[in-house]
Design a protein around this ligand. Structure first.
Ligand SMILES: [Zn+2]
Length: 498
C-alpha cells in the first residue's frame, strides 16, 4: 500500500492510537497467546488488604487467606488456553472497592471475582454462599457463573447457603458489585466458608485447603467460558450454562425478605428414666426457604445447637415444614426451652418457651416429706397415742397397734400353756420396745393366782420327806435293839458252855 499524502499518515497514526487506547492492558495479558483480542478477561480480587484485615477470628486474618486462594485461582487459570487473567492486588495493600472496580474496567474484564471468607455476629452460621448483581444485564452472567460455582462447593462438601443478591445504597448493597456494575462489569462475591465456626473452618485450616478453594473457583470460571486445558486434560467447550429464565427460582432476593412468620415448639415425647425429650418445630416463611434451627436451654439467654433445617435445599427453597430433635435434660430441675428458625437470609424467629418438668422431682420431694412425717409419727406413738398425723404416718401407727395386739394375744396363749409368765412378759416387751398396746390385758397379772398351789405342793413334799426320814430312823433303831438282844443270848450261852 502506497502512502499518497500526509493526511493518510495522520489518519493511520490516529487509528493506531485509538486501538492502543481501547485495549491498553491486553498487551500485558498473561496468557501468552499471540492474539489476545476477543479473549475472555478474568479479574480476581483478593478481598480486603492493608489496614482492612477482614475477619480476625483466626490468627490468619481473612486478607491473607483471600490472597492464598486468589493466587491459587490465578495459577490454575494459567493452565487454560485462551483466557487473560488479572489480579486487583498482589500485595498486602489497601484498595477501595471503587479502585477494584476501576481496575476491572481498565482491563475490560468480562467478570470480576471477589474472593472472601465469612463470619457471623453470633458465630453460629455455616456454609458457602455467592452474591451476584441484582440488576440486568449483570445479574444473568453472575447467576450463570454462580450455578457452576455452587456445584464446585457442593462437591467439596460445604453447606450451600444460596445464590443471593441484595439491594440498597442506590443499587447493589455490596460496594464491589455496585461499583463494578456502574462501570459495566458484572461482579460476584465468593464467600467460601465461615472462619468463626469450627465445622466450617475445617474446610480452610491449611494452606492446601485454601488453595483448593481457588482451584475450584477457577474450574467454575473455565466451565463458564468453555475453556480447555491441555496440561489438565480438560475441555469445557461444551459446557451448557443455566437458563437465565430459571434464575428467579434460584436467587433469594434480600430486601423484601422478612423473618419466618411461624415457629412453634411442641414436646412430642419425654422419657422419665433417661431424661431424653423429643421436640418438634413447625415453621413457616412466606419469602425464603427455612435454613437452620437452633434451641436454647436457658430461656433464650444463649443458643448453640444450630443445625440444618432437614433437607434444606437452596434449589427448592422450601418455605414450610417441621423438624424433630432430641435433647437429654436434667431431671432435677425444670428446663425452659426455646427454639428458633432461620430463613435463607439468616433472619430468625423464636418460639414460645416450653417448660419441661420431670416426675423425678416430685418423687424426691414426696420421699423427703414421708421421711419427715415418719420421724414425727415415731415420737407421737411413744407419747400421746395420737393417730391424727394423717397419711402414711397414721398408717404406720395402725400397723404398730396391730402388732401390739397380736403380741398380747401370743402372750395369753403362752400363759395358757403354763409357761413362765414373767418370761412371756419379757417376750412381749422385746417385740414392742417402749410400747404397751392400749386396751390389751396385762400379761403378768394372772401369775399371782398360781403361787398358793405351788406352796401347798411344797408343804406336801416336805411332809412326805419328813415322814420317810422319821420312818427310816425308827427302822434303824429297832434293828439295833434286836442285834443287842441276840448278842446277850450268845454271851449267856458261852458262859454256860465254859
Ligand atoms: Zn470478606
Amino acid at each position: 500500500m502506497v502512502i499518497r499524502s500526509k493526511r493518510q499518515i495522520y489518519i493511520g497514526i490516529l487509528a493506531l492510537l485509538c486501538i492502543w487506547l481501547v485495549y491498553p492492558y491486553r498487551v500485558l495479558a498473561t496468557s501468552g497467546a499471540a492474539d489476545t483480542v476477543g479473549l475472555p478477561v478474568v479479574v480476581i480480587d483478593p478481598g480486603h488488604g492493608g489496614e482492612n484485615n477482614g475477619d480476625e477470628s483466626t490468627p490468619l486474618f481473612e486478607k491473607y487467606r483471600t490472597m492464598i486462594t486468589a493466587q491459587a485461582m490465578y495459577e490454575e487459570l494459567q493452565k487454560y488456553e485462551g483466557v487473560q487473567v488479572y489480579m486487583t492486588r498482589t500485595e498486602d495493600v489497601d484498595m477501595s472497592l471503587k479502585e477494584r472496580a476501576e481496575f476491572a474496567a481498565g482491563v475490560h474484564a468480562d467478570m470480576l471475582y471477589s474472593i472472601h471468607y465469612n463470619a457471623s455476629l453470633e458465630h453460629e452460621i455455616f456454609g458457602a454462599e455467592i452474591w451476584i448483581p441484582s440488576a440486568a444485564p449483570y445479574q444473568a452472567p453472575g447467576y450463570q457463573y454462580a450455578r457452576l460455582w455452587v456445584d464446585q462447593m457442593r462437591q467439596m462438601g460445604l453447606h450451600l447457603r444460596g445464590i443471593k443478591c441484595r439491594t440498597g445504597n442506590n443499587g447493589d448493597y455490596y460496594g464491589v458489585i455496585r461499583e463494578s456494575a456502574a462501570l459495566g462489569i458484572p461482579a460476584v462475591i465468593l464467600e467460601h466458608c465461615h472462619l468463626d465456626v469450627p465445622s466450617d473452618l475445617e474446610f480452610a485450616d491449611t494452606e492446601e485447603e485454601m488453595k483448593a478453594f481457588g482451584r475450584a473457583d477457577a474450574t467454575a470460571v473455565a466451565q463458564y467460558f468453555g475453556l480447555k486445558s491441555e496440561s489438565l486434560g480438560v475441555d469445557y467447550s461444551n459446557t451448557k450454562l443455566a437458563e437465565i429464565s430459571s434464575w428467579e427460582a434460584w436467587v433469594f432476593p434480600l430486601g423484601e425478605s422478612t423473618a419466618p412468620e411461624n415457629c412453634v415448639l411442641t414436646k412430642v415425647a419425654q422419657n422419665e428414666e433417661s431424661g431424653e425429650v423429643t421436640f418438634r418445630i413447625d415453621a413457616e416463611d412466606s419469602n425464603e426457604g427455612l435454613q437452620y434451627y437452633d434451641y436454647s436451654l436457658d430461656g433464650g439467654a444463649s443458643y448453640g445447637h444450630i443445625a440444618l433445617w432437614p433437607d434444606f435445599d437452596m434449589d427448592k427453597n422450601e418455605n414450610t415444614g417441621s423438624v424433630t430433635f432430641k435433647v437429654t435434660l436434667p431431671r432435677e430441675d425444670d428446663t425452659e426451652i426455646i427454639a428458633r428458625v432461620y430463613n435463607a437470609y439468616d433472619q430468625k424467629t423464636e418460639s414460645e418457651p416450653v417448660t419441661i418438668h420431670f416426675a423425678y422431682q416430685d418423687e424426691m420431694r414426696e420421699a423427703a416429706l414421708a421421711w419427715e412425717a415418719e420421724q414425727a409419727a415415731g415420737g407421737d406413738a411413744e407419747g400421746t397415742q395420737s393417730t391424727d398425723t394423717g397419711g402414711d404416718a397414721a398408717e404406720d401407727v395402725d400397723v404398730i397397734e396391730d402388732a401390739a395386739e397380736d403380741a398380747a394375744e401370743d402372750a395369753i396363749e403362752v400363759e395358757a400353756a403354763d409357761k413362765d409368765a414373767v418370761s412371756a412378759e419379757a417376750e412381749v416387751n422385746a417385740e414392742l420396745p417402749g410400747m404397751q398396746a392400749a386396751g390389751s390385758p396385762n400379761p403378768a397379772a394372772p401369775a399371782a393366782e398360781v403361787q398358793p398351789l405351788r406352796i401347798v405342793l411344797a408343804v406336801i413334799i416336805a411332809v412326805l420327806v419328813l415322814a420317810i426320814v422319821l420312818l427310816g430312823m425308827d427302822m434303824l433303831r429297832s434293828s439295833r435293839r434286836r442285834r443287842h438282844r441276840k448278842e446277850k443270848q450268845i454271851r449267856k450261852a458261852d458262859k454256860k458252855n465254859r
